[in-house]
Design a protein around this ligand. Structure first.
Ligand SMILES: Nc1ncnc2c1ncn2[C@@H]1O[C@H](COP(=O)(O)OP(=O)(O)O)[C@@H](O)[C@H]1O
Ligand SMILES: [Mg+2]
Length: 247
């Protein structure tokens, strides 16, 4: 198991945001974490990347207990995060932003940079443009590209489709699939539950700081409770489920 989160508890002051969350991510998987606003998805990712301290439980990554490891060392260990709200450096160029992501890697950043540009031709076209002047979708690509520059073993993505036009949402999901095909394990947080479940191997449903369901993603797509709560009566999903797979 690449990442093993066991019974983690996280507090903001006296408020318990995570009340014993356990999840596992195996090498090569795409695992989705879905749930309503405030369920604790962002907190879970921030805690895995070391931005929030644990008040209980533990996190084992790549065979090591990282529960108390500082965030910058977790990047070195192989945990990459593209944060919610993107967090790029607006005054730096696209290329400078990308290179910031490889600070933890001494060697080979040119090769990874070339790979990131291949994955995101849009960024290659705009190397010298200031990050802050890029569109929302381009900034999202930049944030993901920057996380990839650290050559993570697992990439944590917090709502990569947030605020994007439908065509860009599809592009982002295609790119996540491609990143995974090229060998990076992915833990994906999404409000866009239908698309996340179609992409993922397995998924966890979070409700008020607890995991309430864990199952193969295709099973959750057809789960009546999940459909009612998170898939918004998506007729397209149901229609697909009754038809043979054509792809
Ligand atoms: N900085 C913060 N200070 C206090 N409470 C917070 C803070 N960030 C998140 N919370 C609370 O923690 C809970 C989980 O939030 P979050 O992890 O952001 O949920 P999600 O990403 O699923 O929407 C919510 O109740 C939220 O209000
Ligand atoms: Mg969030």
């Amino acid at each position: 198991m690449l990442l093993e989160v066991s019974e983690i508890q996280v507090h903001y002051g006296k408020i318990a945001a995570l009340r014993g969350v356990s999840l596992q991510v195996d090498t090569g998987e795409i695992v989705a974490l879905i749930g309503a606003n405030g369920a604790g998805k962002t907190t879970t990712l921030k805690t895995i990347s070391g931005l929030r301290p644990l008040s209980g439980g533990r996190i084992v990554f790549d065979g090591r207990d990282i529960s108390r490891m500082p965030g910058h060392l977790r990047v070195v260990a192989g945990i990459g995060q593209a944060p919610e709200g993107r967090g790029i450096f607006p005054g730096m160029t696209v290329q400078e932003n990308l290179l910031m992501g490889s600070y933890a890697r001494k060697r080979g950043s040119e090769k990874i940079l070339a790979e990131v540009y291949e994955l995101f031709p849009r960024l290659a076209e705009r190397k010298t443009q200031a990050g802050g002047t890029m569109s929302g979708g381009e900034q999202q690509m930049l944030a993901i590209g920057r996380a990839l520059m650290g050559q993570p073993k697992v990439l944590l993505l917090d709502e990569p489709s947030m605020g994007l036009a439908p065509i860009l949402v599809n592009q982002i999901f295609d790119i996540i699939a491609e990143i995974n095909t090229r060998g990076t394990t992915v833990l994906l947080v999404e409000q866009n539950a239908t698309q996340a479940l179609r992409l993922a191997d397995r998924a966890y449903v979070l409700e008020t700081g607890r995991v309430v369901k864990a199952a193969p993603a295709d099973q959750l797509l057809t789960d009546p409770d999940v459909q009612a709560a998170y898939l918004g009566g998506d007729l397209d999903t149901r229609a697909q489920d009754t038809r043979p797979t054509t792809s």
